[in-house]
Design a protein around this ligand. Structure first.
Ligand SMILES: *Cc1c(COP(=O)(O)O)cnc(C)c1O
Length: 373
């Protein structure tokens, strides 16, 4: 029986080679440059290690949501270009510009603030345009004035427009094609106003893998680089990806109980016969969602056992029948299914969510440990 290192209660193993391989795979498949998205602590995998692994796999840039995330990567020694695209209202861009962070710009106010933050060097910006997702990005009506002003600020050396980008809804191929057509119109308008930046990009993992004409020589990859599928009907293996995270815990207690034993808060489960209950020390504080209580399962000793009763803050119980499960045995919640582990999607389905949310919400109490496969 596999056991965890002595003293380890729970951990997320992060296979950084898998991240590098996944980036390599997407680069080859798409023949495009990769912006590796490591927002939200690298979707729970650790932002710095994910960025380092992605760059080793050939990513040319790093993408994050906010400037705080970008600056943390700089402080950790990541010197590759970093793009951040979601800003606090009225934020100063001084630190970001000083550290060479590329600012995703979604309004004239942000463009002006970026130019105002340029000092020793021009601010680096990428103009984000709204093409139908309904989130941030420059509105179609504002494009002529913002593009013209960006071109003027570039001419006078206050900023450099590194890219123009947008983001898709993945609602249907028709919706994504329509957004892509709007994006091409936007790029034509930008060119007429004097902006022909080196980078244009619209595809995240979904379109990068499913809509070749959206690749544009540059794709922003999040979920796929962590080895997970953005599609409900295609697995990691179908896509040639390897899941990078394994979530596991050491069985903390076992108890032989008679029939009729209620298990966990509210007794939503009662044992149907004499059986063994094993306690797994991972709870909703650690990212095992309480909503998954009815349908989730874990792998112990090569067998899969359902969660019995409610998942609590720190722990849950599995009914292992008459199997010789012992304290210290490894209980795997999810990992790489090709290695016999449950897929993270089983937990996502049980909780009524998607794989993105499960890995991203693994809590701070779960140590991440890098592993060589
Ligand atoms: C999160 C995000 C991505 C990455 O999306 P995946 O589906 O994980 O590949 C790309 N671009 C933007 C703007 C994002 O917010």
């Amino acid at each position: 029986m596999t056991r965890l290192p002595a003293g380890t209660l729970r951990e997320a193993l992060i296979d950084t080679d898998a991240i590098a391989d996944n980036v390599r795979h997407v680069r080859r498949l798409t023949s495009s440059n990769v912006i590796a998205v490591v927002k939200a602590d690298g979707y729970g995998h650790g932002a710095v290690r994910s960025a380092v692994a992605a760059l080793a796999g050939g990513a040319s840039r790093i993408g994050v949501a906010d400037i705080g995330e970008a600056l943390a990567l700089r402080r950790a020694g990541i010197d590759a270009p970093i793009l951040a695209w979601l800003h606090a209202p009225g934020a100063s861009f001084t630190d970001a510009v000083a550290h060479g962070i590329e600012l995703g710009i979604s309004s004239m106010d942000q463009l002006v603030a970026a130019a105002a933050a340029s000092a020793a060097r021009p601010a680096l910006v990428q103009l984000k345009v709204e093409t139908g997702l309904g989130r941030n990005g420059l509105a179609a009506a504002d494009l002529p004035t913002v593009f013209a002003e960006a071109a003027r600020l570039e001419r006078i050396g206050r900023l450099r427009v590194v890219g123009i980008f947008s983001h898709l809804s993945n609602t249907s191929e028709a919706d994504d094609r329509a957004a892509l057509a709007r994006f091409h119109e936007t790029l034509a308008l930008a060119a007429r106003l004097g902006l022909t930046p080196p980078l244009t990009h619209i595809a995240a993992s979904h379109a990068a893998l499913a809509l070749p004409e959206a690749r544009l020589g540059c794709v922003r990859i999040g979920i796929a680089m962590y080895g997970l599928s953005p599609f409900p009907d295609r697995t990691s293996a179908d896509l040639g990806l390897r899941p990078a995270m394994t979530l596991r815990a050491a069985v903390a207690a076992v108890r032989r109980v008679p029939a009729g034993q209620g298990v966990s808060y509210g007794y939503t489960h009662r044992t149907s016969g004499e059986t063994t209950l094993a306690l797994v020390p991972l709870g909703y504080a650690d990212g095992a969602p309480r909503a998954a209580s009815g349908g989730a399962a874990v792998r112990i000793g090569g067998e899969t056992f359902p969660v019995a009763g409610r998942i609590a803050m720190d722990q849950f119980v599995v009914d292992v029948g008459d199997r010789p499960v012992a304290v210290g045995d490894e209980a795997v919640l999810f990992g790489d299914p090709t290695l016999g582990m449950p897929p993270v999607e089983a937990w996502a389905d049980a909780a009524g969510t998607i794989n993105y949310e499960i890995v991203t919400r693994i809590g701070p109490r779960v140590p991440r440990r890098e592993v060589a496969p």
